[in-house]
Design a protein around this ligand. Structure first.
Ligand SMILES: Nc1nc2c(ncn2[C@@H]2O[C@H](COP(=O)(O)OP(=O)(O)OP(=O)(O)O)[C@@H](O)[C@H]2O)c(=O)[nH]1
Ligand SMILES: [Mg+2]
Ligand SMILES: [Zn+2]
Length: 308
């Protein structure tokens, strides 16, 4: 029996593409035993490091999945108030959140929701402000500068026109990254510009604008990055239903990093920061130390008011 270690690059309908440590790619399925023993959320996902048995026909059978160092997952409501974890990628070093400067225009509420998910998963976030060609550098800085001021790394790019590609390449080099964001913001176009060999399918923006929100990319897959540093990047389908991405109420405020230093100042230690007296967070919003917009995102996420 020949065993090898590898990284799951693609997982689709029970078939897995594994990059082995010997440098080849093999198609594998899970061993039947694993399927029975493990929960759905524990089955292999992209980014998982696995042990594979090489079968005589050239395919493989995944014998085990190594413990995950990190995961980027969503909690989805299950039956009778339970939760189901849906792991999108394992062992990600970076989540690149792509928004367009225009077409579609960025929605700050939605940016905050993406950021909260990365904070909850404790994976570093990079904000990519794409399509800067449409509004120019100054206007782009006005839109995304506030995120730089609260400590997020922002790169300004135009997949069409080749702006900022070197900055983005530098951030991704040597890491296992996932690219996420709404549909039509240019995630696939950007990765193609970064590495033309990828040839990812891209969409026509007019169909996005028509409101149908056609998703051009249909599944997540890790692509090896060229260059000495190596690394992998996964393009993902645009995410529409971030509302399903549940964060426990007691942990939500912590997912806004600039709120953290104010949370100890609340009179009640179970303060929801909505209406309690002597709330440290609301005091910080009133003096302008914390942005009213970000607080509004927090309030909407907590109360389930996801409109706008
Ligand atoms: N002007 C301009 N248009 C861009 C830029 N990047 C992408 N586009 C256009 O935006 C549209 C959508 O691009 P995609 O790369 O398919 O978007 P996506 O984020 O991968 O979309 P999904 O796969 O549906 O999630 C295409 O028409 C691209 O040509 C850019 O930097 N500037
Ligand atoms: Mg795409
Ligand atoms: Zn409070």
């Amino acid at each position: 029996m020949t065993m090898t270690r590898g990284l799951v690059l693609r997982a689709l309908a029970g078939f897995y593409t594994i990059a082995t440590e010997e440098g080849d790619l093999i198609e594998a399925r899970l061993r039947g035993k694993m399927k029975k023993e493990r929960q759905a959320s524990d089955l292999a996902v992209i980014g998982d490091r696995v042990v594979v048995e090489r079968l005589p026909d050239g395919t493989g059978a995944i014998a085990s999945v190594e413990p995950r160092e990190r995961r980027f997952s969503r909690r989805q409501p299950g039956p009778r108030g339970s939760w189901r974890e849906d792991v999108m990628v394992a062992n990600a070093d970076l989540v690149a959140i792509v928004f367009a400067c225009d077409r579609p225009p960025p929605n700050p509420r939605l940016i905050d929701r993406f950021l909260v998910v990365t904070e909850y998963n404790e994976v570093p976030a990079l904000i990519v402000a794409n399509k800067v060609d449409l509004i120019g550098a100054d206007a782009a800085l006005e839109l995304f500068g506030p995120y730089e001021r609260i400590g997020y790394d922002v790169v300004y790019t135009a997949a069409k026109g080749g702006i900022g590609l070197e900055d983005l390449r530098e951030r991704l080099a040597g890491k296992l990254s996932i690219v996420t964001g709404p549909s039509g913001v240019g995630k696939s176009t950007l990765l193609n510009a970064l590495q033309p060999g990828l040839q990812l399918a891209t969409g026509d923006v007019s169909e996005v604008e028509s409101g149908k929100g056609k998703h051009t990319t249909t599944h997540a897959e890790l692509h090896p990055l060229v260059g000495d540093a190596g690394g992998y990047v996964a393009d993902t389908p645009g995410i529409r239903q971030l509302g399903l991405w549940q964060i426990p109420a007691t942990e939500l405020a912590w997912c806004f990093p600039e709120f953290r230093e104010h949370l100890g100042a609340c009179a009640f230690n179970d303060c929801s920061h909505l209406h309690e007296p002597r709330c440290g967070l609301r005091a910080a919003v009133e003096t302008g130390v914390v942005s009213a917009q970000r607080y509004d995102s927090y309030r909407r996420l907590l109360t389930g008011d996801l409109a706008g």
